[in-house]
Design a protein around this ligand. Structure first.
Ligand code: C2E
Ligand code: MG
Ligand code: MG
Length: 366
């Protein structure tokens, strides 16, 4: 079948599984290679009959052109393989041409991954803490730990850039463990200074949560630092609840049994409806910043916030709004029945010492 698709000048290889590469000459518009790749995809898609069974397969094809992409054989093979990875990323059963942009992106990701590997041992990671306040009197009632990475070569790398890389590379496991450990240490240290327990929330990635030993790890940390379990709050996202519902509910139950408190982060941005939320044993819901920004203008955002207030009251969940930047947003939310808030209006996330200083004064002034 493949031979029928190929021309004299084409070199076509199978690497493994559904991974194929096509190396050929540059035509004026590059279209010839597309035509060949399309023919191959169709030929492979047609079922194969083996021992009276029909077998189905698809191909992810990467195309590199001579001499445009490379003028030597090894270079051309590398470029075609690189393009094949792009096809897989695009959902398989398709072809892609080599693209310098994608290749550069992949190289950058690889470089970041290498540096992130060393970040823990080089002590480049830090936790910042952002207060959560009572909207009535601006007293600090809790905080959220947020990861910060400073690297000499890269400067500050935002969590948005770092977390996906940490997740893809598996580094989120040691990093997540470090975040939990540091937070527990911080909870204890606040208590030593002020003789008052301040709950701190930690963001938990799905990869961490689904590990078999997650609950045991959390329990060990609480015991090691001798802190009340209720002071450690775990922020979970909806994606976690959508992946394996039964597993999520069971694990949340086990965490609850430890006494740990559970918050649903970024509420409103995913697919979770209020009815769906009823099934999950959470203690707190965090309304996402996307609904807070325009709360005083947008009827639909206000409607969602209002129904959330009614629902959380009925369910006895706590409710907090994220990303409050302006006085008017805080006032609006308070009038709607929100008790707690978090955002730049009250304080940005702060390094450990600055946060401890702020906590000792207790109340945030405007
Ligand atoms: P998140 O958990 O929803 O955290 C809130 C984000 O909003 C933080 O961004 C915070 O700095 C920012 N923020 C707070 N108040 C305001 C405000 O008034 N206005 C605006 N514009 N932004 C505000 P950050 O620190 O960049 O973190 C981004 C996300 O990265 C977090 O969203 C969380 O999903 C993730 N993340 C951060 N630290 C960790 C971590 O230790 N582990 C994991 N798995 N994820 C983390
Ligand atoms: Mg969070
Ligand atoms: Mg959030």
């Amino acid at each position: 079948r493949l031979k029928n698709c190929l021309r004299e000048e084409d070199t076509f290889c199978r690497h493994s599984g559904d991974e194929f590469t096509l190396m050929t000459y540059c035509s004026a518009d590059g279209l010839d290679a597309s035509a060949v790749a399309t023919k191959i995809l169709e030929a492979i898609r047609f079922p194969f009959v083996v021992d009276e069974s029909e077998l189905f397969m698809t191909a992810s094809i990467g195309i590199a052109l001579f001499p445009k992409d490379s003028s030597d054989d090894l270079g051309l093979m590398q470029k075609a393989e690189n393009a094949m990875h792009q096809s897989k990323k695009n959902g398989r059963d398709c072809y892609c041409y080599f693209s310098r942009e994608f290749s550069q992106q992949a190289e950058e990701t690889l470089h970041l991954t290498t540096l992130l590997h060393k970040a823990l041992e080089r002590q480049e990671l830090q936790l910042y803490y952002q207060p959560q306040v009572d909207l009535e009197n601006r007293r600090i009632v809790a905080a959220e730990a947020l990861l910060r990475w400073h690297n000499d070569e890269l400067g500050w790398v935002s969590p948005e850039q770092m977390i996906p890389i940490a997740e893809e590379s598996g580094l989120i496991l040691p990093i997540g463990q470090w975040v939990l450990e540091q937070t527990a240490k911080q909870i204890r240290s606040h208590y030593e200074i002020k003789r008052e327990w301040l709950p701190i929330a930690v963001n938990i990635s799905v990869k961490q949560f689904i590990k078999d030993d997650f609950v045991t790890c959390v329990m060990a940390i609480i015991e090691r630092h001798d802190i009340p379990a209720a002071c450690l709050e775990l922020e979970l996202t909806e994606s976690l609840m959508l992946s394996d519902v039964d597993l999520a509910i069971n694990k949340m139950g086990e965490l609850h049994a430890l006494g740990v408190s559970l918050a649903l982060d970024d509420f409103g941005t995913g697919y979770t409806s209020l009815a769906y939320l009823k099934r999950f044993p959470v203690d707190k819901v965090k309304l996402d910043r996307a609904f807070v920004t325009d709360i005083h203008h947008s009827k639909s955002d206000a409607a969602l916030a209002k129904s959330l207030v009614a629902f959380t009251r009925e369910m006895e969940f706590e409710l907090i709004a994220e990303g409050i930047e302006e006085e008017i947003q805080g006032e609006y939310l308070k009038a709607m029945g929100f008790r707690y808030g978090q955002g730049y209006l009250y304080s940005r996330p702060l390094p450990e010492e600055e946060f401890a200083k702020l906590f000792s004064t207790d109340v945030l002034t405007a």
